[in-house]
Design a protein around this ligand. Sequence first.
Ligand SMILES: Cc1cc2nc3c(=O)[nH]c(=O)nc-3n(C[C@H](O)[C@H](O)[C@H](O)COP(=O)(O)O)c2cc1C
Ligand code: SF4
Length: 421
Amino acid sequence: MTTEAAMPESVLLRWVRAEGMAEIEQYRRAGGYDAARRAATELTPDQVIEMVAASGLRGKGGAGFPAAQKWKFIPKAAPVKYVVVNGDEGEPGTFKDRTLIEGCPHLLVEGILIAAVTIGARKVYIYLRREFYRGRRLLEAAIAQAREAGYVGERIFGSDHAVEIVVHSGAGAYIAGEETALLESLEGRRAMPRQRPPFPAQAGLYQQPTLVQNVETLCHLPVIVGLGPDRYKELGPPALFSVSGAVARPGVYEAPLGVTLRSLIFEHAGGMRPGRRFKAAFPGGSSSVFLTEADLDVKMDPDSLRQAGTMLGSAAVIVMDDSADMVEVMARAVEFYRDESCGKCTPCREGTVWIAQIFERILHGRGRTEDLALLDSIAAGMTGTCFCPLGESVPPGLVASLRLFRDEYERRIAVGAVHVC
Ligand SMILES: Cc1cc2nc3c(=O)[nH]c(=O)nc-3n(C[C@H](O)[C@H](O)[C@H](O)COP(=O)(O)O)c2cc1C
Ligand code: SF4
């Protein structure tokens, strides 16, 4: 494929696409574990952190926080530190982490080792989405192979570093992906977000300094240490996008960060389904504000999308065509947040229920003209008042849909009024 944005080479997905990468021998033959060996035996923690800083790597789980900066927050002198891998992958439309884990579990294990030896953590917990049964099996087999090779356990790669890795299946709630709720769940409590500060880097798992990092973020580390940050940056830097919905070829695509939405949809994902036109897309899962045709040339990177009033989030592009009913799309999204609200704070717990009730009556022909102002007013009441980003992510998309697709709401209400008469 030749596009302005096509990758000169694939550096992450090549590990996933190659045959047999769940086997350590195959992975090693392709150069696997060389980067972790270097991090454990040749490079100092500061050198690795500098490489990650120079690469510009930002978290791939949703918040897009610069990875090296987070590593620097971990107090060097703390006697006990943890790495916690966020493999909950609950954001609707996101499936890149599962693709990485199932395609090449050793890439994640190697990334984990690099992070652990760099921050000085001896224990790593992988919090894996419960439904990832196959991923868990492959990951545990990969960890066992790495242990046998001397890469996990005591004195890894013959160095003074010791790293233990434990896989834990999640509790099946979307909020458990939020890093502090995840830590609560890992400690055996109900997944509810914690007050921040303190941030996990200061007081995380069991109140010890903890690096929480997304699966994909960690999978970039062997590439950065292996190729060097300059080459990594020249390659895009590379990023994974989960593209789903009304496109010809849904799937996980690797493209340079900053690829346009147009290129992702019309080149990488093969365009719209036959006979259909593009209508809208969520650029970063259903928690992001959707983009419309006027935004097709927006660059898919955290800063450009923030300027466009939305976010890259987990880079899950959910595409809708001209057959999509935006009232139904928003109703479905709101029902999800209503069901997944952890109930800790009132604006989110009550607001999502009220909004879902209004959508229900609009969809069932009982909508009232004043419902649109009521939706706007509930959204305003939730803005800035929710305890965590789950509740905060509801109002922007709702308000945008009321502005951009108001005619669809009004039509629904008008048709309902005729039926009721
Ligand atoms: C409601 C909610 C759900 C989240 N779900 C996930 C998830 O499934 N996986 C993930 O990596 N991050 C998720 N996050 C983001 C995490 O809180 C955190 O920012 C991330 O794990 C940090 O890793 P990173 O810096 O490598 O992205 C979620 C955040 C929120 C608010
Ligand atoms: S915003 Fe929602 S999910 Fe977050 S703490 Fe409040 S109730 Fe829980």
